[in-house]
Each structure stands twice: as structure tokens, then as C-alpha cells.
Design a protein around this ligand. Structure first.
Ligand SMILES: Nc1ncnc2c1ncn2[C@@H]1O[C@H](COP(=O)(O)OP(=O)(O)OP(=O)(O)O)[C@@H](O)[C@H]1O
Ligand SMILES: [Mg+2]
Length: 142
């Protein structure tokens, strides 16, 4: 089961994020994969908007994880700086994979592939020309 969406600019990626948010439930994990600047954080901003998060969602890179309050909690993780699976446990981030309450969105999820729960929603963002991005959504088999 795969869905491919081409977005023409950041606003459309935000809209897609809002649409995704409508489908999310407590305990869900969304795994984002894509190069620098592909639009991962932009997509998280859309998910946050869809979950009625009031705070501004910024890049999580320097703090590994941040929880935002919305309709349900949104846990935003960034695995870019993580060099080993052990670090995830040391930092206590495994409690978000999956979370008891709220949803977790992980940037650079491929770096901690082994820790992403089965059945998570995997989303890949790729550059096309200009501001266009190819965004592929797929539910990993349970
Ligand atoms: N179609 C698009 N979708 C998303 N962002 C876009 C699009 N077109 C242009 N952009 C721009 O690309 C940039 C994407 O940055 P963003 O921080 O979301 O990427 P990222 O994948 O999180 O990067 P990083 O790997 O540094 O965390 C933003 O400046 C955004 O405005
Ligand atoms: Mg980012």
C-alpha cells in the first residue's frame, strides 16, 4: 500500500501533513526519510497544525526530542545526530517508539531503522525540480 504525492511548495507539504494528522491515533509512529532540506520538518509543521499544536515547531536536531501539546501530544524526534542504537536508549528516547500517549514523528528515521515499530507510517521525501517534492507514504507491514 503506497501513496505518492507531488507537492509544488512548502504550503502543499504542510497541507499534506494536516491531512496525515487526521489519521493519526495515540501510539502511532511516523518515520520520515529524506536529505537535508527535503521538507521533513515542514511536513512535521503540517502534522502539528493538524493536531492543533499552538507552539512553533522548529528543527529538533539539537535536542533530539521535543514534545508539543496539541489535540494529542506530538513527540518530534530527530535522529540525525544519533550514531548508535545504544544512544537512543541512553537518551530515553525508546519510550516514544511507540509512545503510550500521542504520536511520534521521527526525522532521519532510517538512522534508527531497527527501533521503528512495525506498522509505522514511513514517508520518504525527495527533491524534484525547483520547489517540487515527491513524497511517498507507505505503511510498513506489521
Ligand atoms: N515542496 C516543498 N515541501 C517542503 N519544503 C519545501 C518545498 N519547496 C521548498 N521547500 C523549502 O525547503 C525547505 C525544507 O526545509 P525543512 O527544514 O523542512 O527540511 P528538512 O528535511 O527538515 O531538513 P533537515 O534535514 O535539515 O532537517 C524549507 O525552506 C521549505 O520552505
Ligand atoms: Mg528537519
Amino acid at each position: 500500500m503506497e501513496r505518492v504525492v507531488i507537492t509544488e511548495g512548502p504550503e502543499e507539504t504542510i497541507s499534506l501533513g494536516m491531512e496525515i494528522a487526521d489519521e493519526l491515533r495515540d501510539g502511532d509512529v511516523v518515520a520520515l526519510v529524506g536529505e537535508w532540506g527535503a521538507g521533513k520538518t515542514t511536513l512535521v509543521q503540517g502534522i502539528a497544525r493538524g493536531l492543533f499544536v499552538k507552539d512553533v515547531v522548529s528543527s529538533a536536531s539539537f535536542i533530539l526530542a521535543r514534545t508539543y501539546r496539541g489535540k494529542i501530544p506530538l513527540h518530534h524526534l530527530d535522529a540525525y545526530r544519533i550514531e548508535s542504537i545504544e544512544e537512543v536508549f541512553e537518551a530515553g528516547l525508546d519510550r516514544y517508539l511507540p509512545p503510550d500517549e500521542g504520536v511520534t514523528v521521527v526525522e532521519w528515521a532510517d538512522k534508527i531503522y531497527e527501533l521503528i515499530p512495525k506498522g509505522s507510517l514511513w514517508i520518504t521525501l525527495e527533491f524534484l525540480d525547483g520547489d517540487r517534492r515527491r513524497i511517498t507514504l507507505r505503511r510498513a507491514p506489521r
